[in-house]
Design a protein. Sequence first.
Length: 435
Amino acid sequence: MPHLINKNPDHLTRDSHGIRREDIPRNALTVTDGLVRKGYQAYLVGGCVRDLVAGLEPKDFDVATDARPEEIRKVFRSCRLIGRRFRLAHVHFGRDYIEVATFRGSGTGNEKQRRTENGRILADNVYGSLDEDAHRRDFTVNALYFDPQCEEVLDFVGGFDDLTQQRIRLIGDPEARFREDPVRLLRAVRFAAKLSLDIDPATESPMAGLAGLLRDVPSARLFDEMLKLLMGGHGLASYRLARKYGFFDVLFPDTVRVMANNDGYHAMLEAAMANTDDRIRTGKPVTPAFLFATLLWPAYCEALQLQGNGDKPNFVIRQNAADQVIASQVRRISVPRRFSSPMREIWQMQPRFAVQRGKKAKRLMSHPRFRAAYDFLLLRVREDPNLEPLAQWWTEIQELSPSAVNRRLFGQRRRSRRGRGGNGRGDGGGHADET
Ligand code: ATP
Ligand code: MG
């Protein structure tokens, strides 16, 4: 990125940015103080400074320094170096650690970064000075440095103004910076959603046109990024932005194609995102398996239909459909098996809700994945309102005492049939067999 490098940062004092040394956890201060005592520069940088300025609680506190990894290790006994090409230092404090990175440059000299034809950076392994480190970061709001010694924030790129004016802006030429690392497209959306920022027009204008670059990003990195995007507490807003710029068309092509003709799926996915945000806000667990079960459900339903009825048993049809959807999806975003297995289970359990009596219903209720599958059934009501009575029935039965559950499931046939009639059929996708 051969744009102008500003070597003279704004020095913002405590009155303007409001961050005090006391706002920084002790472990992080131990690291910065330790480095400074040995004559190195040491700043807090990135997400933590951004979040503190914005009045949010940072997730973690990262340190940037001019000390080289080997030198950092000499300062702290509990230090481990990780990464092969570009080494980072982790300074450990019991189970906690602080990540310390040596300033990096963009390698505009002889050590040019390796790039693909599209401009993507392959190796990002050149040390640099503080000002270079600031300019190789992605967004201006992510390039603020807090100096705990004098409680100043150093700003080389106008990040503080952008943040106070609720604007997210790439450093340098936006298109070139997105090409260097297309994941920045998703990061733009994520930070805009998380911090309620508007995307600066110059940064925004190439975004939709560059969505296709996400195809080149390694699928494992996209999986991680997807979790940050949708399971960070601002999933709905992030999802809407990612759809707006066409990122979902690239990341979930099958699902988006099916959704184009079905508003129900649209409502279902939005509800899933809103639920996830709620659960995070109220401290309830969320799992990628459930999230991906939702994101891929439209594609799965289509695959089921295409499998037809044929002469294969239903469970085989369902397995084939799931295989097909997962095989197609992992070409874009890898879904580790520890998540794809429970995701399959959530799907495979759906038809079993149609059985509202006897041992099969009882077994369903004691299945370890019952609660997730039931939550998923509730979401499906958004897509297919005919499922409402069935979902209601499963909601009610969970509120009964064990003996009342038994009466409901194993009671007189006549009584139960009456109960059933009043609850509608609601088998949903036409795959309501009991296998
Ligand atoms: P979060 O709160 O989600 O952790 P963060 O800003 O700390 O947000 P990280 O992914 O932890 O994000 O990255 C830490 C810092 O490293 C960023 O603030 C940014 O300065 C820099 N950075 C991270 N990813 C990139 C990237 N793809 N391109 C350039 N700089 C990056
Ligand atoms: Mg971070």
